[in-house]
Design a protein around this ligand. Structure first.
Ligand code: ZN
Length: 506
């Protein structure tokens, strides 16, 4: 009889080694977006492609299939959702998926997404969709090919969504987002009809970059981002990446004349980083040491960025420090005016700068468009027109350039189709989680106002971070909150904050 523990250890060692290669690839990716010289792009694409081939070979190694076969009914899988059971279950799921993808397709996809990102940067700078169109066309058809190779029960989009939100189904996500949209549209209309507007000029004053960096790092570190196991750099499109268990990199972008841009993207990426730093490191490279899903990942970033970072209580603590760092900009601005300004609700063109109430409408537009691209209902060449039409219909504003329209996001250029809905799932989860945390911990606002963020962090560590991938995203949230995915807490949260600011029902 096989020694199951021994086989399990072999399996884990194999994946720990693969994780090292993935981390090297992530480091090359970080370098590409932060430091790479202009002419070095093609060679970097070759390097990453080579690595992705090696990683794919390891992930589809027949020995892995044998090990998983011997383990899947073993005593190690008896306790559901235990680290060992989750490891075997998740790796088996991933393995069966990987072996269906031909190496040629994996390499072609990997290469195309590097070229895609490089082309996107150029096309966006030149505001020229035609430059981007051919590679996007290729990425759409490669995504389709991947979905077909993997297979699906319901619809093609399920196969892609599953990469980011394992076990989620398109039909369910469509339903949840529709309910959300039906609640958001009237909220946004009430806000518009209130006639109240914050004084946004206070955020557009001069905020020197060095002081912005200082405040961003101070806040990130106070909420729990460990700078001795991570760093903050500057990029065009902020992101967070894992290079190793003690090396989590986040990035931001600065605008000297608009305070929220860097500060809230720093908090956002720090939220992602804090989650990565809080995963159980003894399982690094294996499912129990990895984030549950992208939706859960986004719940952590949005929770710190918005629910905490845009609260009055948070600024009761940080505003004196901000006033000291930006005396010229803020000396005559009462905290209430500042707080209203950072919570302004107004339809806008750019997703990453959208407020909390309209943000999910940006996501829903992308979700609808990528489904249409994949199904062939929408041709890539017609994307700019379709994009502008949806913005006009759903947000009441029309982009005047593709750079501010369909070229604004990096995702499709990186081959990430099926990814966008995870942002909205994250927003929904974040509100469910904070409602439960308030129930368990009491007056969180009083804690934030006195600069105490550790009780909430510890609660998240225990209920979310330490569980890694032992549960799928929606089950993890349900386990903590007692309810399945539900957009009601998000609407309750938005109304309770925005109601008093805009003088509307809450
Ligand atoms: Zn994020």
């Amino acid at each position: 009889m096989a020694d199951h523990q021994q086989i399990f250890d072999q399996l884990c060692d194999h994946y720990r080694e693969t994780a090292k290669l993935e981390n090297i690839s992530a480091l090359l990716g970080w370098d590409e977006r932060v430091l790479l010289p202009e002419n070095a792009g093609a060679y970097r694409a070759d390097q990453v492609t080579l690595l992705s081939g090696i990683i794919h070979d390891r992930n589809t190694d027949p020995r892995v299939g044998d090990w998983l076969e011997q383990l899947h009914d073993s005593p190690l899988t008896e306790e559901a959702n235990s680290p060992a059971e989750a490891t075997i279950r998740r790796l088996k799921r991933d393995y069966l998926k990987q072996v269906k993808l031909p190496k040629r397709l994996v390499e072609e996809f990997s290469h195309s997404r590097i070229i895609g990102q490089q082309t996107w940067v150029k096309a966006r700078a030149e505001d020229k969709f035609a430059t981007f169109e051919p590679i996007l066309d290729k990425l759409v058809s490669l995504s389709r090919e991947m979905a077909e190779a993997i297979g699906y029960e319901g619809e093609q989009y399920d196969a892609l969504l599953d990469f980011y939100e394992p076990e989620a189904k398109t039909a369910q996500v469509r339903q949840v987002l529709k309910t959300l949209k039906d609640q958001l549209v009237p909220l946004v209309a009430e806000i518009k009809d209130s006639g109240r507007v914050p004084n946004m000029e206070v955020l557009k004053r001069n905020y020197p970059l060095a002081q912005q960096e200082q405040l961003g790092m101070s806040a990130a570190s106070k909420i729990g981002f460990d700078f001795s196991a991570g760093r903050l750099d500057v990029t065009h499109h902020p992101f967070c990446t894992t290079i190793g268990p003690y090396d989590i990199r986040i990035t931001t972008r600065y605008d000297e004349n608009f305070f929220p841009s860097a500060f809230f993207s720093t908090l956002h990426e720090a939220g992602h980083g804090i989650y990565e730093q809080g995963l159980p490191h003894q399982w690094f490279g294996l499912p129990p040491g990895a984030a549950a899903s992208l939706g859960v990942h986004e719940s952590q970033s949005r929770l710190w960025e918005n629910i905490v970072g845009r609260s009055y209580a948070f600024w009761s603590h940080f505003y004196p420090e901000a006033k000291k760092l930006f005396p010229e900009a803020l000396s005559d601005v009462p905290i209430g005016d500042f707080h209203f300004a950072i919570n302004e609700v107004t339809p806008s063109l750019i997703r990453v700068e959208a407020d909390e109430a309209t943000y999910n409408l940006h996501i829903i537009i992308r979700f609808e468009l990528e489904q249409a691209l994949l199904s062939g209902d929408l041709q890539v060449k017609d994307l700019p027109g379709a994009w502008n039409e949806k913005y006009t219909q759903q947000l009441g504003i029309t982009p005047t350039s593709d750079a501010d329209g369909c070229l604004q996001d990096v995702h499709w250029s990186a081959g990430l189709m099926g990814y966008f809905p995870t942002y909205s799932l994250g927003n929904i989860y974040s509100a469910q989680l904070i409602e439960q945390a308030r129930e368990d911990l009491g007056d969180l606002d009083a804690m934030f106002a006195s600069g105490e963020f550790m009780p909430l962090l510890d609660w998240l560590r225990e209920n979310v971070h330490q569980l890694g991938q032992c549960y799928p995203g929606d089950q993890l949230v349900e386990r903590v909150c007692g309810d399945p995915i539900d957009s009601a807490p998000l609407i309750r949260y938005l109304r309770s904050k925005l109601g008093p600011l805009y003088g509307i029902e809450h």
